[in-house]
Design a protein around this ligand. Structure first.
Ligand code: ASP
Ligand code: MG
Length: 406
């Protein structure tokens, strides 16, 4: 007997027929002698509808109400799953966050999961019942409903799996696993059987929207074995696991991209202590996330340039913040570019192998792709290129690092 958490995403429970289909996936686990806890998202599109309803009012003044509204999508899907399970002779028990209870921090719209009381869930499972838990929501210490950020059901599922010490957390979605690159762009992309938590964290934060980044962090912290698989086929997907020795041999395990990049360059700044903080403090006060940062050197203590990237939606606000602080930062001009993409190679092998960066640069050079900005971390190298080159860059890198289908 194994304890399994099955999490179903919005598209997997998008219609009554699909709900009936996921019940057959639940039934399969039960029939093979396992205990199951289910975590579900709202039916696809429902959370977006709820968000737009709430957005008729100022969300900043109504965060409590916002969470109360957007958390209702899951209330519907878990009750429907429970009804459908009954039809095939299984006993489901739909549970909202507060009934478990799943306790979250007080940060409405992006609460962290502080604690999960596993007793009810474990008790139900041991009696052959199937707890069907609403993802995305919990309750804070003041008994208010809080939500865990968009895509938060993934994090709910992994947290439940950690709390009940599940043998596996299966995340059913509309793709059949994690690929070496986006299969819509790279025809030769391959599905990975396994990926380390660290690598997946890089992919998730680079915008591969399969899993909420926080769920990967949570899985890594508690060493939860997560499988990403398709609810349509139910076939074996990609496993997220601790790194093992063999993984280190893979130089690069995947190539990701994000189109959400905007670039700002401040020209001719006087080079003196405190410049960087003058640029970035007002941005952090405005909650604008800065990603890549490059400062050019100076010859005579003058005239440095600063380049950094922000998310495209933040570009306009960033420009006006820079203009407001122009005399304080003392720059001459500002240049911006809104049509850039970030292309990244990710792999554990980079820790131990040299020459990976140069291999990447020469691959891009042979395609005549110009690199605007470069940044690196222990297991990732990212470059900023013109958006029009995404397809060329991904395909070139994919074959350079021998990721193509055999
Ligand atoms: N229903 C929520 C959303 O759409 C949570 C989730 O699906 O994971 O973001
Ligand atoms: Mg999701």
């Amino acid at each position: 007997m194994q304890k399994i958490v099955q999490k179903f995403g919005g598209t997997s429970v998008g219609t009554i027929d699909k709900i009936k289909h996921v019940c057959s996936l639940i039934n399969k686990e039960i029939k093979s002698g396992n205990q199951v806890a289910v975590v579900s998202s709202a039916m696809s599109g429902e959370t977006n509808k709820l968000v737009s309803l709430a957005e008729n009012f100022d969300i900043n003044k109504n965060k409590l109400e916002f969470d109360m509204i957007v958390s209702t999508g899951e209330q519907v899907s878990i009750a429907l799953i429970s009804m459908a399970l009954k039809e095939i002779g299984l006993k489901g028990v739909p549970l909202l966050g507060w009934q478990v209870p799943i306790t979250g921090s007080n940060d409405f719209t992006k609460a962290k999961i502080d604690n999960i009381d596993d007793s009810l869930v474990v008790d139900l499972m041991s009696k052959g019942k199937i707890p069907i838990i609403a993802g995305f929501q919990g309750i804070n210490t003041k008994n208010n409903i809080v939500t865990f950020g968009r895509g938060g059901s993934d994090t709910s599922a992994v947290a439940i799996a950690a709390a009940i010490r599940a043998d596996r957390c299966d995340i059913y979605t509309d793709v059949d696993g994690i690929y070496t690159s986006d299969p819509r762009i790279v025809k030769n992309a391959r599905k990975l059987n396994k990926i380390s938590y660290e690598e997946m964290l890089e992919f998730a934060s680079l915008g591969a929207k399969v899993l909420q980044t926080r769920s990967v962090e949570m899985a890594m912290r508690h060493e939860v074995i997560v499988q990403v698989l398709s609810s349509q086929t139910g076939e074996k997907g990609t496993f997220l696991t601790k790194e093992d020795k063999k993984m280190e041999n893979e130089l690069v395990s995947g190539i990701a991209y994000s189109k959400d990049e905007a670039n700002i360059t401040l020209i001719n700044i006087l080079d003196k202590p405190g410049v960087a903080t003058k640029i970035f403090s007002p941005l952090s006060e405005a909650n604008i996330n800065v990603d890549m940062i490059v400062q050019t050197g100076s010859e005579n203590g003058k005239n440095i340039n600063f380049t950094y990237t922000v998310s495209r939606k933040d570009l306009e606000q960033t420009i006006s913040i820079m203009e407001e602080n122009k005399t304080d930062i003392e720059f001459e001009r500002i240049i911006t570019n809104n049509s850039l993409a970030k292309v990244s190679i990710v792999g554990l092998g980079m820790r131990t192998h040299t020459g990976v960066a140069n291999k990447m640069f020469s691959s891009l050079a042979s395609e005549s792709i110009n690199i605007h900005v470069i940044s690196t971390s222990e297991i990732k190298i990212s470059v900023l290129v013109d958006e029009e080159y995404i397809e060329k860059a991904l395909n070139a890198l994919h074959s350079t690092f021998k990721l193509d289908k055999k």
